[in-house]
Design a protein around this ligand. Structure first.
Ligand code: HEC
Ligand code: HEC
Length: 407
């Protein structure tokens, strides 16, 4: 913010100088018109006698003397002003442009925060579901309907924290979610293209606002590990044994039962049907939810089923699977053996919006434990060599997917 101030000031100085020049010009013009009208005389006599071109003018001494000097000096001063003014303007131009950009960004963030605000303040109440500042919350009762469209129950659906959403999804991927919503969940479509009320510029403003409230990678890693300790019943700061399968299972369902960060660190919210509301309020309390909750981990929802035999094993090595969890999927890009990404699988270990590696929400230990647990769900094929304590694989140099196995 402090670094941005000088350039903002520069922009506003240029603006105020411009305003002063405009006002002076206007005043000068008015004075000129008034003086001209007042000095105008009524026509006297005949045109032949008093025609201006017949009036005797100054003698040569005057014309070539002080008058000439005055005209030349004025010219020199004006020339000096242009000669100095243009380079000065040019020198100031980069900071003026930076200032304009910073001001644009600040305006977008400000407008985005107004869109994010509660309905009472004229906003679209993102905070009503996603929590104040997007820290995670619950969506108000979401209606589950039966095969004939009849009411089954109202449930409270966890709304993931979105103060970390740009650590796991690219801006483009977040734009897709905002424009089209998450059909089948309480998240509505907001963009005009998805049938919502917002223009594409308003969507950009929301993304700018989201950008301004993101946790750092370190903060998110600390928060996710603390949530994991709570879930495992460990003391704050205690060592976590990432080779323990129970740790993998806890990561898969991280924060859903406790509500930490709206369950945004879990895999289950996407890969297990009903995981986002199985631990919440249900009304009526005795509703028959057997078709809606208590499915096995990874039985599939918005993200594919990961369980036995339902999907071909995409990843031939543990490293390849870890790498996929780290970077997520990208629209139209191959993952694993034959997977084509839609951009909806988040990159949990690497922020896709930065060139740096490993600046996501999960530590290497978490990625490894999640990968081992995930591969154990595949059932009819053996887990990818996760027994015992394997060393944590080194972080890859780039965030790109590499094809492994036979071609
Ligand atoms: C009625 C409640 C509700 C409102 C209002 C709402 N959301 Fe959501 N949103 C959700 C839920 C629930 C999900 C998760 C859906 C799922 O389980 O896949 C979600 C998902 C998201 C995601 C994807 C996050 C992720 O990691 O999967 C983003 C981004 C998002 N919402 C942004 C917004 C913004 C911005 C607004 C305001 C314009 C908004 N939401 C308003 C309920 C809501
Ligand atoms: C926001 C929703 C979401 C979350 C959270 C999520 N996934 Fe996914 N995942 C998907 C989607 C959607 C796909 C399908 C690929 C695509 O559409 O790009 C997928 C694909 C996968 C695949 C490849 C499946 C195949 O056979 O093609 C694996 C493995 C996987 N996810 C594991 C995980 C694990 C483990 C976690 C938690 C650490 C996780 N996912 C978290 C949405 C999610």
């Amino acid at each position: 913010m402090i670094a941005v101030l000088p350039s903002l000031l520069a922009a506003s100085t240029v603006k105020s100088v411009g305003a002063v020049v405009a006002v002076l010009t206007l005043i000068g013009f008015v004075v000129y018109v008034v003086v001209n009208i007042r000095s105008g005389r009524d026509e006297i006599g005949s045109e032949i006698e008093l025609a201006p071109n017949r009036k005797p003018y100054y003698p040569d001494e005057v014309l070539e003397g002080p008058r000439l000097t005055r005209a030349l000096s004025t010219g020199l001063v004006l020339l000096a002003i242009s000669a100095l003014g243009l380079p000065l303007y040019w020198l100031n131009e980069p900071s003026r442009q930076d200032g304009a950009i910073a001001q644009f960004d600040a305006t977008f963030v400000e407008r985005g925060s107004l869109l994010f605000a509660p309905t009472a303040d004229g906003g679209y109440n993102c905070a009503g579901c996603h929590g104040p500042g997007g820290t995670g919350g619950v969506a108000p009762p979401f209606t589950l309907t039966g095969a004939e469209g009849q009411f089954v129950a109202a449930v409270t659906w966890k709304a993931p924290a979105i103060n970390t959403v740009l650590l796991r999804f690219s801006e483009e991927e977040v734009r897709d979610v905002l424009v089209y919503g998450r059909p089948g969940s309480p998240m509505p479509a907001w963009g005009a293209l998805g049938g919502g009320p917002l223009t594409s510029q308003q969507i950009d403003e929301l993304i700018a606002y989201l950008g301004s409230i993101q946790l750092t990678s370190t903060e998110a890693k600390t928060q996710s590990e603390e949530a994991l300790r709570v879930q495992l019943g460990l003391e704050p700061g205690a060592l976590i044994d990432y080779t323990d399968p129970a740790v993998g299972k806890a990561i898969f369902n991280l924060g859903l039962a406790t509500g930490t960060a709206g369950g945004s660190y879990s895999c289950a919210r996407c890969h297990t049907k009903g995981a986002s509301y199985r631990d919440g309020d249900v009304s009526p309390a005795n509703a028959d939810l057997s078709n809606y909750i208590d499915f096995t981990d990874g039985s599939g929802a918005n993200g594919f089923a990961l369980t036995s035999g339902l999907v071909p094993r995409q990843f031939l090595t543990l490293d390849a699977l870890i790498q996929f969890l780290r970077s997520g999927s990208k629209y139209g890009v191959l993952y694993g053996q034959r997977g084509v990404g839609s951009g909806r699988m988040p990159g949990l270990g690497d922020n896709p919006n930065t060139p740096e590696a490993d600046d996501g929400m999960f530590t290497d230990g978490m990625l490894r434990a999640a990968a081992c647990y995930e591969s154990s769900l595949e059932g009819d094929v053996p887990p990818l060599g996760c027994k015992g304590s394997l060393p944590i694989p080194p972080a890859p140099q780039s965030g790109t997917l590499t094809m492994t196995g036979e071609r």
